[in-house]
Structure formats: C-alpha cells, structure tokens
Design a protein around this ligand. Structure first.
Ligand SMILES: [Zn+2]
Length: 70
C-alpha cells in the first residue's frame, strides 16, 4: 500500500462528506421525504432526485411564476 494513496482516499472521503453536508443529504442521495412538509416522496420522484412532494413542488412552481412576473 502506498501512503500517498491512503492520504488521498482520506481527503476524498472528507471532501465527499463536506459536499454531502452542503447539499443537505444526510439520508443519502435519494430524498425520501419532502424537505418542506416531510411527507414521503413517491418513488418516481425520488428517482428524479426531487426533494419536494407533488403538492410542495406545485406550490413552489406557482410562487416562482409569480416572482418572475413581478
Ligand atoms: Zn411537501
């Protein structure tokens, strides 16, 4: 084993942890629950890595549309 490789692995691991924390993904890459209302997200939306349930996604979309029009 090469000591440089070990150091790089440790650095990569901590970098990945930092990035995961920045992305707020403590539960893993696929969000299971809505970040707004904490309702379970349907599997089809989880596969798309959407972190909002359908209701909250529609609300946010509507809010963004209003914001754009103003
Ligand atoms: Zn929701």
């Amino acid at each position: 084993m090469d000591e440089v490789d070990i150091a790089n692995d440790a650095m990569l691991e901590s970098l990945e942890r930092t990035l995961a924390a920045l992305r707020k993904e403590p539960k893993g890459p696929q969000p299971e629950f809505c970040v707004e209302c904490e309702e379970p997200i349907p599997p089809a939306r989880q596969k798309l890595r959407l972190d909002l349930c359908i209701d909250c996604a529609q609300l946010r979309e509507r809010a963004q549309r209003v914001l754009r029009n103003n």
